[in-house]
Design a protein around this ligand. Structure first.
Ligand code: FAD
Ligand code: DLZ
Ligand code: SF4
Length: 507
């Protein structure tokens, strides 16, 4: 007899540990525990999603004949952590063996490995590339570029392929995917689910225990089982996919979801299967219900980026999250936790994060991420923030995106240059600047958009590292052509802004 561990982000009936277990003998262990809820101050919506989905998944397993030992958060016997719960169930049942699917965070892998029980850890094969595939691909490469990995994944899955060639004659249609959106376009509304009794009970529990965390718990309208998550996917394909490509990078005030799929949390906790999702999107293109640039752009995110960052996380090991090659050490400004700011773009991105535990990729990368990088915030603190506030955040996917892609803290392991921009980019891709206390056109002076000041400050302070980067030479040439007085004015303005940030004054 074995204990079969199923974690809150492993809610797939085909998860490896369940496939290898015997429902007539083994006991499935699922536990709502304080340690997982508290290792960062998770957004209450994220905790509610996971606990509600865990309860529903346990009901499903029981209906399928499994013996499930389920511990609720408020159970007086609750040992408070996953290892503690396994030990408690082991002494209750007399089991000495634990069968687990490899967790998505080193922290928990290490905790399981030190348990005084016999542990079998099965690879999590809900991904299209396993670690050996990724390591083999990465071996000997000076720089890892997602684009080449992605092409191999296209060939291997056959997605959007015409024989050996990419559909439409090109692997990547990204240059078509950079249009700003307008608020008068038809914008789909996301699908909402009214809380049933299970969800309502979880919401009350989360409110009592975690109501003080950053983030709005109610209204809660997320999918909490596989059928609902499937409905979200269908709704996306029917209403948003056709425009997903064109407006993938656009940002609009009061329109947090635009044409995005809103499925990352469901994919990451196991309610949706990545290959199945991609096949559905490919079918929509083949049936003429979506253009190729939309289908390709979407599939690239899943079989490309999502698989790629997972490979990076496990290849780089537990030390990855401590990297900080740029030596950034400022505290995370209070505006990330909702303190009032005059910067309209940050107000919008943080505000919708608080409300929905969601922001789309460009908001994470080019608004909150860009600002943290330009302002020299300690990447470990940035990482903790992203891990806490997004419903889809688990370290395997969040850390490479935050530390690697967004903060360049790994020294450019897979990003050929830092993702930085002045206010221009945000001005072009959004309607935020109109409602801002700063002027995106002003390059110096009290009204100057802080991104305009900090952009040059970043380049100037990291000149030794980046001046020889061929993709950044033009930036340095522009800076060097500015007259000396102007350059000094910019740097003084940036220093004054950073001093205000450090003093905790509102910006
Ligand atoms: P869509 O824009 O509709 O994209 C479709 C799907 O593609 C997503 O559901 C997601 O599964 C996948 N995807 C897209 N981009 C990425 C990416 N860069 N890495 C991995 N998968 C991707 N994604 C997470 O799932 N969890 C995280 O914790 C997370 N943290 C991030 C932190 C930063 C700093 C940045 C820049 C990006 C992060 N991302 C993360 C990636 C991306 O922002 C989200 O996957 C996306 O916004 C989810 O919304 P959606 O489902 O509407 O995605
Ligand atoms: C994120 C999370 C939370 C908030 N709560 C639980 C929980 O109570 N029980 C559980 O099994 N899993 C939870 N999780 C998900 C885990 O943190 C996740 O499995 C690990 O971080 C590995 O990815
Ligand atoms: Fe953001 Fe600058 Fe635009 Fe204000 S002016 S919204 S700070 S980019």
């Amino acid at each position: 007899m074995k204990l079969v561990l199923v974690l809150g982000d492993q809610l797939s009936p085909n998860i490896a540990a369940l496939r290898q277990a015997d429902p007539s003998r083994d006991v499935v262990v699922m536990a709502e525990v304080a340690a997982e809820a508290q290792y960062v101050p998770h957004h209450p919506k994220k905790i509610a999603l996971i606990l509600a989905a865990m309860r529903k998944f346990a009901q499903r397993l029981r209906a399928e004949g499994w013996n499930v030992a389920y511990t609720r958060l408020d159970d007086p016997q609750n040992a408070g952590s996953i290892p503690g719960e396994l030990l408690r169930r082991a002494s209750e049942t007399g089991a000495r063996r634990v069968l687990a699917t490899k967790p998505g965070e080193w922290r928990l892998i290490e905790a399981l490995e030190t348990l005084p029980l016999e542990l079998e850890m099965a690879a999590d094969d809900r991904f299209l590339a396993n670690q050996a595939d990724f390591d083999q691909w990465a071996e000997g490469r000076k720089q890892m570029r997602m684009e080449y990995f992605y092409r191999e994944m296209r060939r291997r899955t056959g997605l959007l392929m015409e024989g050996d060639a990419p559909a439409g004659g090109k692997w990547n249609f990204d240059h078509e995917n950079r249009k700003p959106a307008r608020n008068d376009l038809f914008l789909p509304e996301p699908l909402r689910f009214e809380p049933d009794d299970t969800v309502a009970a979880v919401l009350d529990l989360v409110e009592t225990r975690f109501g003080g965390n950053f983030g709005q718990l109610r209204p809660f309208a997320m999918a909490t089982d596989a059928a609902e998550a499937e409905a979200v996917l269908t709704h996306f394909i029917d209403t948003a996919l056709p425009r997903f490509g064109n407006y993938q990078d656009a940002m609009l005030t009061g329109r947090p979801f635009l044409y995005h799929a809103l499925i990352s949390a469901y994919l990451n906790i196991g309610l949706l299967d990545p290959l199945d999702v991609c096949r559905r999107v490919e079918a929509a293109w083949r049936d003429g219900r979506a253009p190729l640039n939309a289908a390709e752009g979407f599939i690239r995110q899943i079989i490309g980026w999502r698989e790629f960052v997972r490979g990076i996380y496990f290849r780089e090991g537990p030390g990855y999250v401590a990297r900080n090659v740029l030596g950034h050490d400022r505290d995370l400004p209070a505006l990330y936790w909702g303190e009032e700011t005059g910067m309209a773009c940050l107000r919008a991105a943080v505000g919708q994060t608080r409300e929905h535990a969601y922001a789309h990729h460009i908001q994470r990368l080019m608004v909150t991420g860009n600002f943290a990088l330009l302002a020299g915030i300690d990447p470990a603190k940035v990482h903790e923030w992203y891990l806490a506030v997004y419903a889809d955040a688990f370290e395997w996917v969040e850390a490479p995106n935050t530390l690697g892609m967004s903060q360049f803290a790994d020294g450019g392991l897979f990003a050929s240059k830092p993702y930085i921009s002045s206010g221009n980019y945000i001005g072009r891709m959004s309607d935020y600047c109109g409602a801002c206390r700063y002027s995106v056109k002003a390059k110096v002076g009290d009204d100057a958009c802080p991104f305009n000041l900090l952009y040059w400050h970043f380049l100037a302070r990291h000149r030794a590292r980046f001046a020889s980067n061929p993709r950044m030479g033009q930036m340095y040439r522009t800076w060097d052509r500015m007259d000396a007085q102007r350059r000094e004015e910019v740097l003084r303005g940036a220093d004054a802004f950073l001093a205000k940030l450090e003093a905790g004054e509102p910006v």
